[in-house]
Design a protein around this ligand. Structure first.
Ligand code: IMP
Length: 191
């Protein structure tokens, strides 16, 4: 059985392929001839994950899963959330996004936040949603050089270092994405 992972990141595909039953063959967007950018115009993380999976299933007629991630900060009522990638503007860098967030939280002691990954899976005519959450706080300064995005300013609960200071293997065990992917894999093992 073929299943599209709505990404062109070969590493992501390899990683997940190794963890799912052998009778499921993962395909990338390129593998199915999808070269256009997938639409992400919804106002929630769930909505965007579902929109991407539905786009592939309806236009290309494949079972498919897609993921979407955002950083939700309590003191900012859940912002940047679905706008995490372009918080500081359409063509901004990850550093611009972090600087904007640190500035907004400059005088705010309550720094609770969470990363949320949602995976939408279309399979056998049904849709299934999986959510992975990693709770933590936004630090006052950037620390560490590993990872990407907001990693230098996010410290997960129970650990004394930011995602960017942490060994990548540890991040991959406790992250929002890992939690969502583990749920997806558990489900695919029952299909
Ligand atoms: P995407 O949906 O995976 O593209 O994630 C949207 C945005 O959230 C990215 O552009 C990053 O800014 C941020 N993001 C997602 N996952 C992580 C993470 O694990 N660490 C830090 N930032 C992340």
């Amino acid at each position: 059985m073929e299943l599209v992972f709505a990404t062109n990141n070969a590493n992501k595909i390899k990683e997940v392929q190794a963890l799912i039953p052998q009778h499921i063959k993962l395909l990338s967007l390129k593998d199915i001839g999808c070269y256009e950018e997938l639409p992400e115009t919804q106002n929630s993380i769930e909505g965007n994950a579902r929109q991407k999976a539905d786009y592939v299933t309806s236009r290309y007629n494949y079972d498919c899963f897609a993921d979407d991630t955002g950083l939700e900060v309590d003191a900012l009522k859940g912002a940047p959330g679905v706008y995490s990638a372009r918080y500081a503007g359409a063509h901004c860098s990850p550093n611009d996004n972090m600087e904007k967030l640190l500035h907004k939280l400059k005088d705010i002691p309550l720094r609770k936040a969470r990363f949320k990954t949602v995976i939408a899976l279309n399979i056998n005519q049904g849709t299934h949603m999986f959510t992975g959450i990693c709770n933590g706080i936004i630090t006052r300064t950037k620390k560490g050089t590993n990872g990407f995005g907001y990693d230098p300013i996010f410290r997960p609960d129970g650990i004394n270092e930011t995602f960017a200071e942490m060994d990548i293997n540890l991040k991959n065990k406790i992250s929002h994405r890992a939690k969502a992917i583990n749920q997806l894999i558990a489900f695919l093992n029952t299909v």
